[in-house]
Design a protein around this ligand. Sequence first.
Ligand code: UT7
Length: 332
Amino acid sequence: MSKIRAAITAVGGYVPDYVLTNQELEKMVDTNDEWIVTRTGVKERRILKGENQGVSVMGVRAVNDMLSKKKIDPKEIDLILFATVTPDMMFPATANIVAAEIGATEAFGYDISAACSGFLFALATGARFIESGAHKKVVVIGGDKMSAIVDYTDRSTCIIFGDGAGCVLLEPTTEEFGVMDSLLKSDGSGAPYLHMKAGGSLRPASHQTVDLKQHVIYQEGSTVFKFAVTNMADVSAKILERNHLTGDDVAWLAPHQANKRIIDATANRMGIGEEKVMMNISKYGNTTAATIPLLLWDYEKQLKKGDNIIMAAFGGGFTWGAAYVKWAYDTN
Ligand code: UT7
C-alpha cells in the first residue's frame, strides 16, 4: 500500500485592521524608523484593538477565510491544532473555543506551545494524525496576539512584535505531495533568554507581579539573535541534505519572520537567492506562531503544484525546526 502523506490543501489568514507604524512607535519610545528598518526589517505591524478580543477572534477569522475558499463544511473537520503562546485563557484550549465558534462539532482540539516554532511543531503533529490514516481533515492554526504581552515602554521588544493568525488544512494523499519531512528541536536551557516571568503556576499573578511588569515578554535580544542565526540555518541546511536537495531544488524558503537579518543569514547558508525567500516582516512584524502560515496566505497565488518549500523557525524555549513541504495544488 502506498504511503499516506499529509497535503496542505488550503490556506487562510487574518490580520487586524489597525496598523502600528514605526512613526507611531517613535512617539511611544526612544526609537526611530531608520534603526527599526535597518536592524529588523519591520516597517509596520497589525494590532488587535478592542475589548474582549483574544487570539481566538483572529483564529476564527483565519479558519473561516479558509473554509469559505475551500467550500467545506466545518463538521467535516476531525482535529484542530492551535499553536500559540497567547491563548485566550490558560485553559480551556483556544482550539476548542475556535471549534465551537466555527461549528466544528465533530472535531477534537488542543493547543501547542512552542513559541515562534509553534506552527512547525503543530504542522508536524497534524501530519502524523493524517499519515496514521485515522483522520481526514486536520486544521493547523498559528496565531498570536503579541500586543497582549508586549511592554510598550520597552523599545527592544515592542518594535518587533505584531498580531495575526494563519492556518492550513491537511488532507491525506498517496501522491508525492505534502509534508515530506520535518526536523524539530528544543532546548529548555534557552528559557532564561526569552520568556514571560509570571502568570503561570511558578509565579501566579499578584499585585507584585503586575507592579514588577512580569506579565510581558522578557527577551535578551542579542543572545536570542545569535542562537537563532546558527540554529535556523543549521536545521535548514540539514533538512536539505537529508532529502538530497540543494538550494537550486527549492522553489521557496518560508522562514519565521523575527528579524530580516536572521532570514538573510538562513537563505545565504542554504544557497537560496532573495527572489525565492517569502517575506512579509515589513508589514506584519513578528507575529510569533502566525508568521509561516501568513507567508503561505500572502504567497498562495504564486505557489505551484510540485514546488519544494522549506519552512524554518526559531523561537522561545528555545525551539527550532524546519519542514520540507511539496506544494499540492495550483490556485484557481
Ligand atoms: O521570534 C523569535 C525569537 N526572537 C528573535 O529571533 C529576535 C532576535 N533578536 C533580535 O532580532 C535583535 O536582537 C533585536 C531586534 C531585538 C535587537 O537588535 P540588536 O541589533 O540585537 O540590538 P541590541 O539589543 O544589541 O542593542 C544595540 C543598541 C543598544 O544601544 P547601545 O547599548 O549600543 O548604546 C540598544 O539600547 O541598540 C539600542 N536599541 C535601540 N535603539 C533604537 C535597542 N532597541 C532599540 C530601538 N531603537 N528600538
